[in-house]
Design a protein around this ligand. Structure first.
Ligand SMILES: Cc1ncc(COP(=O)(O)O)c(C=O)c1O
Length: 430
């Protein structure tokens, strides 16, 4: 168990006093495991007491190049010296928009936001504006940020009949519930039936092409593309996590299905507050101020949208990712870790299902296939909590739900993590 210095204890007390729940609303540990991050470099982070962790959270995805990557840091310092924000369109945002369009198959134009939440929210609004219809279909268990619309049926408690939605938390107007239709991920038949029944009121379908850690079944994304295109419904891929991770061109390149629009974030901002909505020009034209007097115009103003410092970080990050071998190393790191997890569970008769892809994955403790949110509920969540705690106690940091490999995790990091698996897994069934 990591030791805490008096200084970190004092800071933890202040966190408890000044932050609701003592945290930022993101990752939270029980009191005895709580710590405050002081710094990160490469694939490691240190807490205020100086304890070192191998980091498999990596900022919840953005830090594919590792913490404080020298090229990104240098680009940021240069950009900061040229001024932090202008509101007027800036040079770096234009250059990053050009790179995003080159990289992402569905992209012809770009609207920057400062969070993935906002990019997904804008995608849904743009779909409504373009189609002149009000409803959006999302998938049960899918996460698209914290807007009222996105917060429908993310982790529903009850088993509503599809397509009824359930608000995930308090403070969401009842009316929103009627505007969101819910379908089961990886179930093309049920989803198609819902779309067919509601096509004249559906503006868009939003989907994480790899939902949380659940990979799409062969034909699922292609089928969605066909049925949405048949009824003139916008298909939106939420690629906040998958863009520049599954491949340079994201899930749409990796799975070879191109949506009408997509949200991107995390990696493309290099660890700074940046995200974007990308899409075909016909959809993105709803943002064009020259159409201000039309019924389809969408105003999208944001003080920090396309912030030049964040765009500089994004440009530097993408330049690194275009280097030969970047994605090979990412997949090698993830592939080794996945194989070790499954092998060690099998050796100890611990029921396990590996989900996801080498670039993003996790296991479920269950002996049957996990294809959608309802399947995940059948897995042993207590075992998972004990597993993650056991890893943390051994200096291995991961979130509740995902491993985020990076291109800077070393073979020593892998060895240390696999050693922790060897120590924790045998005791999990007790
Ligand atoms: C798939 C997906 N969409 C949207 C978001 C929201 O992005 P942000 O946290 O930048 O608002 C996230 C965040 O983790 C995400 O995983």
């Amino acid at each position: 168990m990591a030791q805490r210095t008096p200084q970190e204890r004092r800071l933890l007390d202040k966190a408890a006093q000044y932050l609701p729940g003592g945290n930022l609303g993101n990752l939270a540990f029980s009191d005895d495991l709580s710590f405050l991050v002081r710094e990160g470099r490469g694939s490691h982070v240190w807490d205020v007491s100086g304890n070192e962790y191998v980091d498999w959270i990596m900022g919840s995805g953005p830090m594919l190049l590792g913490h404080a990557h020298p090229a990104v840091t240098e680009a940021v310092i240069k950009a900061v010296e040229q001024g932090s924000t202008f509101f007027a369109t800036n040079e770096k945002a234009v250059l990053l928009a050009e790179e995003l369009v080159k990289a992402v198959p569905c992209a012809e134009q770009v609207r920057f936001t400062t969070s993935g939440t906002d990019a997904c929210f804008q995608a849904m609004r743009a779909a409504r504006a373009y189609r002149g219809r009000e409803k959006i279909l999302k998938f049960e268990g899918g996460y698209h940020g914290t807007s009222d619309y996105a917060q429908m049926s993310v982790t529903p408690s009850a088993r509503e009949e599809f397509p009824r939605s359930e608000a995930n938390n308090a403070g969401i107007p009842q009316a929103i519930q009627d505007l969101m239709l819910i379908a089961p991920f990886n179930d093309l038949e049920t989803t198609t039936a819902i779309i067919e029944a509601h096509h004249d009121e559906l503006a868009g379908v939003i989907v994480e092409p790899l939902q949380r850690v659940l990979a799409p079944q062969p034909g699922f994304l292609k089928g969605l593309q066909e049925v949405t295109s048949l009824y003139g419904i916008a298909l939106i891929f939420d690629e906040v996590v998958t863009s520049f991770r599954l491949a340079y061109g994201g899930a749409q390149e990796f799975y070879d299905v191109v949506p009408d629009m997509c949200s991107v974030g995390k990696i493309m901002g290099g660890g700074y507050p940046l995200a974007a909505l990308l899409g075909a020009e016909e959809f993105m034209s709803v943002y064009d101020q020259s159409a201000v007097d039309t019924d389809s115009f969408v105003s999208q103003v944001g003080t920090l949208n396309g912030n030049p410092v964040a765009c500089a970080a994004g440009l530097a990050s993408l330049a690194e990712l275009r280097k030969e071998g970047a994605y090979d190393r990412l997949r090698e790191v993830g592939g080794r870790l996945r194989q070790a997890l499954v092998d060690i569970c099998n050796q100890h008769d611990v029921p396990v299902q590996m989900c996801g892809e080498d670039a993003i994955f996790d296991i479920f403790f269950i002996d049957r296939r996990v294809l959608n949110y309802r399947d995940t509920l059948l897995a042993d969540s207590g075992m998972m909590a004990r597993f993650n705690t056991g890893l943390l106690e051994r200096g291995i940091l991961k979130g509740g739900q995902k491993y985020y490999p990076s291109i800077v995790h070393t073979d020593e990091d892998l060895d240390k993590t696999i050693q922790a698996f060897e120590e924790v897994i045998p005791g999990l069934k007790n």
